[in-house]
Design a protein around this ligand. Structure first.
Ligand SMILES: NC(=O)c1ccc[n+]([C@@H]2O[C@H](COP(=O)([O-])OP(=O)(O)OC[C@H]3O[C@@H](n4cnc5c(N)ncnc54)[C@H](OP(=O)(O)O)[C@@H]3O)[C@@H](O)[C@H]2O)c1
Length: 317
């Protein structure tokens, strides 16, 4: 079994006091470990989550374990664009500079559903909610550059349970074709990758670096729509581990590397992958950065079109 990629230790002991980061979905899984590590290094972290009581509980646990940085919990439901706007307004009120945005929250293989504004749940939550959030926060990141945007994509942007990741511009929200939870997840994760790629192009020279990551196959709550959590966490844990599943601390390494490593600035727009399942065997070892084996991930015209379509859908001029 291949070993997960790990951040060089010095990166995780750098003093981050004076820096502020936003982590979406910071109450669970990879987001939770990201918040804790940044706060341990002295950063101020805005823990953005849809269930503030869970966020407060997570923040209290992190503080109790000794993290020095300040943690603010702010409500954010990415499946409701009005909530995204309220989050941005609440962030403004904190009057703090912003140095990094981790677009981490996500759902996977959900049954068919729609967000508050009527978009398919996974495309709406994983991509469109983060798209609007990023646009609203961009002025803060630009003002405080060098700054970073890290989008949590997935190796499933390439192939999700055998379905090739692609953006179906003719039917983004499954209005005409039959719904498939893995097709929708793959589309949303390819959108996360293309979003970062296009941001990098748009923001070139601004001091804001935008990248996407695959965190690995990580033991978190993400799988809950596909199997009961106790199946993964107890029954199948040893088998899944042998098959390549990693623990949340290992699964947070790609995010931390993408957010903190100085050399990432040289790879604006790139994709950073932990171990993963790809159509090409060579890619399964991951790479920081890795050239995606999915040709759609290199389609600049699709990235441009996705940007224009998303801007329109979230109601921005
Ligand atoms: N775990 C993996 O193997 C894996 C592999 C590849 C990529 N990823 C990506 O990694 C990211 C983090 O996932 P995870 O594995 O840490 O899963 P997780 O433990 O389920 O965490 C997901 C987080 O997203 C939040 N979230 C879901 N819907 C939201 C919404 N509408 N508004 C705001 N927050 C919302 C969840 O909040 P609640 O707690 O309220 O549900 C939770 O905090 C996701 O983008 C996922 O696609 C994970």
């Amino acid at each position: 079994m291949a070993k997960p990629l790990l951040c060089p230790p010095h990166l995780l002991s750098t003093n981050l006091s004076g820096k502020t980061f936003i982590v979406t979905g910071g109450n669970s899984g990879i987001g939770l470990v990201t918040v804790e590590q940044l706060a341990r290094q002295g950063a101020r972290v805005i823990l953005a989550c849809r269930r503030p009581s869970e966020g407060e509980r997570a923040a209290a646990d992190i503080k109790q374990r000794g993290a020095a940085g300040k943690i603010d919990v702010l409500e954010l439901d990415l499946a409701d664009l009005e909530s995204v706007r309220r989050f941005s307004a609440a962030f403004e009120k904190l009057q703090t500079p912003l140095h990094g945005l981790v677009n981490n929250a996500g759902v996977m293989n959900t049954p068919f559903g729609r967000t508050k504004q009527g978009f398919e749940t996974q495309f709406g939550t994983n991509h469109l909610g983060h798209y609007l959030l990023t646009e609203l926060l961009l002025p803060h990141l630009q003002k405080n550059s060098p700054a970073r945007i890290v989008n949590l994509s997935s190796c499933f942007h390439d192939k999700a349970m055998g379905r090739e990741g692609r953006i179906d511009f003719d039917d983004l929200n499954f209005e005409r074709k039959k719904y498939d939870g893995w097709v929708a997840y793959g589309q949303s994760k390819l959108a996360n990758l293309l979003h970062a790629k296009h941001l990098a192009k748009r923001l070139s020279g601004s001091g804001v670096t935008a990248v996407s990551v695959h965190p690995g196959w990580v033991r978190t709550n993400l799988i809950r729509q596909s199997m009961p959590l106790w199946f993964q966490d107890i029954l199948l844990k040893p088998i899944f581990r042998l098959a390549g599943m990693i623990e949340p601390w290992e699964g947070t390494q790609s995010t931390l590397y993408a957010l903190l490593a100085p050399e990432v600035e040289k790879h604006n727009g790139a994709y950073f992958s932990q171990l993963g399942l790809y159509r090409e065997k060579e890619a399964t070892k991951g790479g920081w950065p890795l050239r995606s084996p999915n040709p759609h991930a290199h389609d600049d015209a699709a990235a441009e079109r996705l940007d224009a379509v998303s801007r329109n859908l979230v109601g921005l001029k």
